[in-house]
Design a protein around this ligand. Sequence first.
Ligand SMILES: Cc1cc2nc3c(=O)[nH]c(=O)nc-3n(C[C@H](O)[C@H](O)[C@H](O)COP(=O)(O)O)c2cc1C
Length: 326
Amino acid sequence: MKFCNIEVESPFFLAPMAGVTDVPFRSVCEDYGAALTYTEMVSAKALTYKDEKSARMLHLPEKRKPCFAQIFGSEPDVMAEGARLAAEISGAEGIDINMGCPVSKIVGNGEGSALMRDPKLAEAIIKAVVAAVDVPVTVKFRKGFEAGADTCVEFAKMAEQAGVAALCVHGRTRAQMYTGQSDRTAITRVREAITSIPVLASGDALSAKACFEILDETGADAVMIARGAEGNPFIFEDCLRRMQGRDLRRPTCGELLDLLIRHAEEMVAWKGERSLVEFRKHALWYLGRLSGVKPYKVQMSGVSDLAHLKSICEAIRKEDPAVKEA
Ligand SMILES: Cc1cc2nc3c(=O)[nH]c(=O)nc-3n(C[C@H](O)[C@H](O)[C@H](O)COP(=O)(O)O)c2cc1C
C-alpha cells in the first residue's frame, strides 16, 4: 500500500514515543514487521539552536524502513526552520507535527496538544512547515483538549485545508492523558469528514486483535502501535500473521530473552554502554511477559553493563518460565 506516496508493507506503524522510539527500538520493531516508524518528538527550537542531542535523535541508520521525523513547537517561523533542519539532518520520508502531547511542561509552552485550543496558530504552523520542506507533512493530534471536548473533526478539516499529507488522531482528550479509553468513534468521524488524505488511528492498539478492530471500526488507513509494542515488538508479527490468516504465535522464553539481548546490544552499539541505564525500562517490559521472575526484575532494574544484563538473562533462561499472553 501507499502512504503519502511512500510504499509501505502494511498498515501497522510504530507510533512516536518520547524516550522509547529511538534507533534501536525502531530497528527491532521494523524487523518484526513495523511498516513505518516515527522518531521521538524533537524540539524545533532546540534544532534551531543547534542542540546536538536533539539533532542526534534525528540521525537515521542507513538500513531502515520509511520513517517520519516528529517535531514540536509553537512558533510558525521556528517550526518552519526546525522542520527544514529535521528533514535535512534525518533524510526522513516525512515530517510529523506533534499537536497531541499532553505533558504539562509542553502544554504550558503552548506546544503539543495546547495547539488544539488555538486552531489559528496551529494552521499558521502547518502552513509554514508545509512551505518549508519538500517532503510530506503530517499532523498528530487528539480528540480534543478539555475533558469531554470533541474538536477533532474541525481540527482535521483545518489541517487538511492547510496542506497536510495525512492526519493521525488519538481518540483521547488531553485531559485524559493516557488514561481511560480511546474513543474510536472520534477517529471514525474524522475519517468520514476527511476525503482527500489518509487518516491514521492511534489509541489502545494493544494487541493484533485490537489493531484489526480499530481499522475495521474506524475505516482508518493505518494504525499506530504505541504502548502495545513496549517489550512486545512481536505485536507487529502478530498483526502480519493475522493479515495473512495465520494463527498467532506466542514467543518462547528463549526468543524473548534473545530479543532482549539483541535490543540491548543495539542500544550499546548506538549510544554506548552507559545507555543501558535508559534501557532498563525496555528490559523490564520484556521481563513483564515472563511469569515468576520478580527477583530477576529487581536485578535488572540496577543493570548498567552488558555482561551483567546477559548473565541475568542466562539465569532466567535456565528456569524457562512461562510466557504470559501479551
Ligand atoms: C511513553 C510515551 C511517549 C509518547 N511520546 C509521544 C511523542 O513523542 N509524540 C507523539 O505524537 N505521541 C507520543 N505518545 C503518544 C503515542 O504515540 C500514542 O498516541 C498513545 O500512546 C496512544 O496509543 P496507545 O493507547 O496504543 O498507547 C507517547 C506515548 C507514550 C506512552
